[in-house]
Design a binder for this molecule. Structure first.
Ligand code: ADP
Length: 518
């Protein structure tokens, strides 16, 4: 008979020992279950009630099999058979059923009960609920796996700075074997220059541990087994356990990141230098171009201006000769003179347009609010070709005022209306509609005509100088009017565009800043 065997049948003769035993069984945290040889339940303490959910009254006399899941019944039968033969069962990890059908992980210890003759007359089963313990173990195992799998080096130290755990990434980072690290001081992983100050800093951290990055923004370095150093980032995580406070440090090698940062900074500097050089070059070239343009404009202005003098002489004298000597001239000579006068008139128009273009480019433009509607009415009033019966110009009142320049805007409106009444089939009355549309801080001024329209492919080049789409014979012109429009609009910080339906009409849109928004 083993030392732990119980001889229950002796208990009635030893009341003190029985009371003692009853007290132990009653106060045990483990379920104590007595079994008769036929495996019915004979003892059921309060811990058993707690763990299994049955009261003693419910289970006493019941077969112990009610506590065993179906698939484990044979294991239980086998175990009891062993106990009946006098064997002990120690810490058998298995599963049992509670009254509500849920399963619990248990650890069983079963002891045979013998009578005085030494025959086994029952069994005492001590059952410990290890569900929570199992969970904790499983979690710890998973945590270990997770720590092993993390790409950072992980080291755990205690409050004396002793290394208690490392993962394989940390071994790789520092070039040490795990066995060389465990039990050693964490300072072995630091460059010599930090080794004296570190224990103090460590103590301070342990005094009020928190989850944070180490170093407070300083550059940190670690030291490999071979003495070489590398820049690191270290995250600190305190963990309070029954054994005391530990700190889990995650170490990341940031050599590559640092290299990239330096490289990036270099690229940035290069880029800045490049951008600066480019700006200087562009500024120089722009200044040079502006000067060239100004010179060219000035040349073309004086040239155009000077050309008008001799041209007037040609026009004047040709007209005098034609008027005074008409009868003495042959019809052929009269025709030559007429052609000369026409050519001189055309040249004069061209010169005047070029002069207008250069004037628009060069004149000082000071912007102010302009009452577009009044301006349009005034332009129409001054030009009979914009009035009935020659044309119908409709103003969709009110027209939104813009921030612009009177003279430039007069030029723009006049040129657009000139074209609107000019590019029209001979049998059609020109009808033009002028309206405004407010778009936030901008105003679109629309000029819509019912003219011959513009083919799609010509729309893109219409505002360049000397661009003409329709034939000179039916629609004479210089090709400068729309270039003047664009130049004038741009000088008022605006833009111009056109849409057209060939054969039906065109819509020109001048966009300018809204007057009251400035
Ligand atoms: P110009 O009127 O002296 O020919 P512009 O620069 O004013 O020169 O116009 C350029 C060309 O654009 C014109 O020759 C014409 O072909 C076309 N165009 C301009 N306005 C209209 C319009 N309202 N309808 C049709 N075509 C137009």
């Amino acid at each position: 008979m083993g030392p732990t065997d119980l001889q229950l049948q002796r208990l009635p003769q030893q009341p003190d020992a029985g009371a003692y035993l009853a007290a132990v069984v009653g106060s045990s945290n483990d379920a104590v279950i007595g079994l008769a040889p036929n495996a019915t339940i004979t003892v059921w303490n309060s811990a058993a009630e707690e763990i299994f959910g049955y009261t003693a009254a419910e289970v006493l006399g019941q077969p112990a099999a009610i506590l065993v899941p179906e698939e484990l019944r044979s294991e239980a039968v086998h175990m009891l058979a062993r106990v009946r033969l006098g064997e002990h069962v120690h810490d058998l990890e298995t599963v049992r059923l509670r009254k509500d059908g849920t399963r619990i992980n248990v650890s069983l210890t079963v002891t045979p009960i013998r009578n005085q003759a030494g025959a086994v007359v029952g069994a005492l089963k001590i059952t410990r609920d290890v569900t929570e313990q199992k969970l904790t173990e499983e979690m710890a195992a998973q945590l270990r796996l997770a720590i092993e799998a993390t790409p950072s080096g992980i080291v755990m130290i205690d409050d004396r700075g002793t290394i208690r755990m490392v993962n394989s990434q940390l071994e790789r980072l520092f070039g040490y074997e795990r066995t060389e690290l465990l039990g050693q001081s964490i300072e072995m992983l630091l460059p010599n220059r930090y080794r004296t100050s570190h224990p103090g800093q460590r103590a301070m951290y342990f005094a009020s541990p928190s989850v944070r990055a180490m170093g407070h923004g300083r550059d940190l370095f670690a030291r490999r087994k071979d003495g070489t150093e590398f820049p690191v980032e270290v995250g600190l995580n305190p963990a309070k356990t029954a054994e005391g406070t530990f700190v889990l440090a995650a170490v990341i090698d940031i050599t590559e990141r640092k290299r990239m940062e330096i490289e990036l900074a270099r690229v940035h500097t290069d880029l800045r230098e490049h951008a600066h050089k480019l700006e200087v070059t562009v500024a120089e070239r722009t200044a040079h171009l502006q000067q060239t343009i100004a010179e060219l404009e000035s040349v073309s202005y004086s040239l155009s201006h000077d050309l008008r003098g001799p041209l007037r002489t040609i026009q004047g004298f040709s007209q005098i000769v034609l008027a005074d000597a008409a009868e003495r001239l042959l019809p052929e000579e009269r025709d030559f003179l007429t052609k000369t006068i026409n050519a001189a008139n055309r040249l004069d128009r061209l010169i005047q347009d070029v002069l207008t273009y250069t004037r628009v480019s060069r004149q000082n433009v000071v912007l102010h609010p302009v009452d577009v509607e009044a301006l349009v009415r005034q332009i129409i009033e001054e030009r009979p070709e914009f009035q009935r019966p020659k044309a119908e110009i409709l103003i969709a009142s009110p027209v939104e005022p813009v921030h612009g320049h009177d003279a430039s805007l007069t030029q723009v409106i006049t040129n657009l209306l000139d074209n609107a009444v000019k590019f029209i089939p001979p049998d059609r009355l020109p009808q033009v509609r002028i309206r405004s549309e407010v778009r936030d801080r901008l105003v679109d001024l629309w000029f819509e005509d019912n003219g011959i329209g513009i083919p799609e492919e010509a729309l893109g080049r219409l505002f360049a100088i000397f661009q003409r789409v329709h034939d000179e014979k039916h629609y004479p012109g210089t090709g400068i009017g729309l270039a003047i429009v664009r130049k004038a609009v741009e000088r008022m910080n605006g833009s111009v565009r056109v849409e057209s339906q060939p054969g039906q009409g065109s819509r020109f849109c001048v966009t300018l800043p809204r007057a009251q928004c400035l």
